[in-house]
Design a protein. Structure first.
Length: 231
């Protein structure tokens, strides 16, 4: 079986052009002189726009596949970045365990959270069960099974457990969740950059890998504008 590299080149070119266009819009937000809106909140909205298709695909994919063939869950360490020693060095000493649930929270209706539906039984049993007072399980309530890692400054929640009930909370626009772990990368953003296809180590200009989704690289570069534009 041969590989059509011309098609791959076309896809790569398309992704790079999308990235260039996106960053032009992001910079227009930062450079706009207006007292009518918050630049940082506008950038957070842009991050949500970028990530919504990824969220939607991971919620719906299992319903389009046979049992046990659903899309793989998103792992922050493996999928956002890559398995490279430089990445591990960058991430060292950035993980913070939140001792108080009052420090951070994510609203299922509006914040960007990335769960993945996968379990054949839960895919059916959870539908219609959570989200309203008149539903069997009532409104969403966090329990010990719900494990989310919050990554800052992009404010994205990566779900490690409780995927299906979290999905129901998102669908019904109900509830909030406190992360088990918070990772703040604000002071690490400039150590690598995304060139449209790959992660590049800034100091050495070495290619160190690529994210599972290009959108993760896009969000990384938008987040640099966030940290440079503190209001």
């Amino acid at each position: 079986m041969s590989i059509d590299f011309s098609k791959r080149e076309n896809i790569t070119s398309l992704k790079k052009n999308q990235f260039i266009n996106l960053m032009e819009w992001a910079n227009k937000i930062v450079n706009q002189n207006s007292s009518c809106f918050s630049k940082n909140e506008a950038l957070y909205d842009l991050i949500k726009i970028v990530m919504k298709p990824i969220q939607a695909e991971h919620i719906r994919n299992a319903y389009l596949k046979q049992k046990h063939h659903a899309i793989k869950e998103i792992s922050f360490y493996q999928d956002f970045f890559c398995s490279h020693s430089i990445v591990y060095e960058i991430l060292a000493n950035t993980t913070q365990h939140s001792n108080s649930t009052s420090h951070h929270s994510l609203k299922l209706a509006s914040d960007m959270i990335l769960p993945t539906g996968w379990h054949p039984t839960s895919l059916v049993c959870n539908l219609g069960s959570i989200g309203k007072k008149n539903r069997k399980c009532g409104e969403f309530k966090q329990d010990i099974n719900h494990d989310v890692t919050l990554v800052l400054p992009m404010k994205i929640g990566f779900v490690n457990g409780g995927n299906h009930s979290i999905i129901q909370g998102i669908l019904s626009g109900n509830g909030e969740i406190h992360p088990q772990t918070v990772i703040d990368l604000s002071n690490k953003l400039n150590e690598i950059y995304f060139n449209g296809t790959h992660w590049i180590h800034t100091a050495s200009e070495q290619v160190i890998g690529e994210p599972r989704y290009s959108e993760f690289g896009w969000v990384w570069e938008i987040s640099k504008l966030l940290t440079n534009n503190i209001e």
